[in-house]
Design a protein around this ligand. Structure first.
Ligand code: GLA
Length: 392
């Protein structure tokens, strides 16, 4: 990972020791364990997850760590190294959406999902380095680290899919962000050196080897410096538009549609029909792009061929789905002009980061270009890392 010194990612051992020490300093005794879960960057497959389509994320080397210990007074005490003034102390029995709010709502939402198993309460210290507000799923990393901690501490019979659901429901029901399962699936299921090819409809998945270094390539994540807020943004509106388009087409989920040609009935001559057609066209074409990228990677050819598919995905998110912002469009244009093979915005949109596929030898040039000409404050070379795990 390149970039400013503050973007350096600690080893699992360092990360565990730091979280355990901070826990001990705060609570007066050692934690029972430390768990970690990563953020993600999606290679392709944006806004397909709540439409029953495919996604292709990789886990970041950046993680959120949860140091935790059981209590017996029924309280949930939450402390974050990143929010020194944001402690929360609430009775498990009193947990309710919005109580606590802010960063603490994410771990509290996970405890709330499993509250019958946590009657005695929990002490939790959170530490991490997933950039927040950059569209890299810092919230899912936090939820998944806590879900894993609860599973182990309370000996819960939760498989990987259950952990994904617990974390996602915390975000949907407690925090109130109507997201799909991309972020939590990536954080739990990704493995080092692979992209996760996930069918969000039947939940089947496959690990696709992604060794860009061997091909002389790098995946560059560029933070545009604009922050997003799913709950307050157009994310929910896009979701409702997709549901309306599916209803009008008589399918349960948009990705059940055979292809873009089958979307023609949406165009009923009204402005609304034209808008729904554009939204649906993004979803259905994006799902096809995931399969195209997976096909190219599986075929073992030159991964540079993936580049134009990523760029086509950006155009679709910008023009049909309308979730990009000028800052992200500029990052993509500047990266392409500086030699990237492909680039696109990632995540829900309305700010956040972009990803670019670049020759390893061109990383410095592209980084300098997006910094100087697109005002991007941070960029990182990402090598696909491991999913959620216990550190100590
Ligand atoms: C956010 C959501 C995900 C997914 C992406 C867009 O990251 O949390 O569920 O919908 O946006 O692909």
């Amino acid at each position: 990972m390149s970039g400013a010194p503050d973007t350096k990612v600690p080893s699992d051992r360092e990360a565990a020791a730091r979280a355990a020490d901070a826990f001990t300093a705060r609570f007066g005794s050692a934690p029972e364990g430390v768990w970690a879960a990563p953020g993600r960057v999606n290679v392709i497959g944006e806004h397909t997850d709540y439409n029953g389509g495919h996604v292709l994320p990789v886990a970041l080397p950046h993680t959120t760590r949860a140091a935790a210990a059981r209590r017996d007074d029924g309280r949930l005490v939450l402390v974050s190294a990143q929010h020194p003034d944001g402690d929360a102390d609430v009775a498990v029995a009193d947990l309710a959406p919005g109580t606590p709010g802010g960063w603490a709502g994410y771990p509290a939402g996970v405890v709330d999902q499993l509250r019958e198993h946590v009657p005695g309460g929990l002490s939790l210290l959170v530490d991490g380095d997933v950039p927040a507000g950059a569209g890299l799923s810092s919230s899912a990393a936090l939820e998944c680290a806590v879900a894993l901690a609860l599973r182990d501490l309370f000996d819960l019979d939760l498989g990987p899919g259950d952990l994904v659901d617990v974390a996602r429901r915390a975000e949907n029901d407690f925090v109130g962000a109507p997201t799909g399962i991309l972020d939590q699936s990536a954080s739990v299921l990704c493995t080092a050196g692979h992209a996760l090819h996930l069918d969000t409809r039947d939940r089947s998945s496959e690990q696709v080897p992604l060794d860009l270094e061997a091909a002389g390539l790098a995946l560059l994540v560029v933070d545009s410096g604009t922050t997003h807020d799913h709950a307050a943004s157009g994310y929910g509106e896009r979701r409702r538009e997709c549901e309306e388009a599916a209803r009008r087409l008589g399918v349960g989920l948009l990705c059940e549609v055979a292809g873009v040609d089958a979307l023609a009935p949406l165009d009923d001559g009204t402005g609304r029909g034209a808008l729904l057609l554009r939204r649906a066209r993004h979803v259905v074409s994006e799902d096809a792009r995931v399969e195209e990228v997976v096909g190219l990677l599986r075929a073992g050819g030159d991964p540079r061929e993936v580049g134009p598919v990523l760029t086509a995905g950006h155009a679709s998110l910008r023009d049909d789905f309308e979730v990009s912002v000028p800052e992200l469009d500029t990052v993509v244009e500047v990266a392409l002009a500086a030699g990237a093979h492909g680039a696109r915005m990632v995540g829900g949109g309305f700010g956040g980061s972009a990803v670019a596929l670049v020759d390893a030898a061109a990383v410095d040039d592209v980084t300098a270009a997006v910094t100087e000409r697109a005002g991007a404050p941070r960029s990182y070379v990402v090598v696909p890392a491991a999913g959620a795990r216990r550190l100590s």
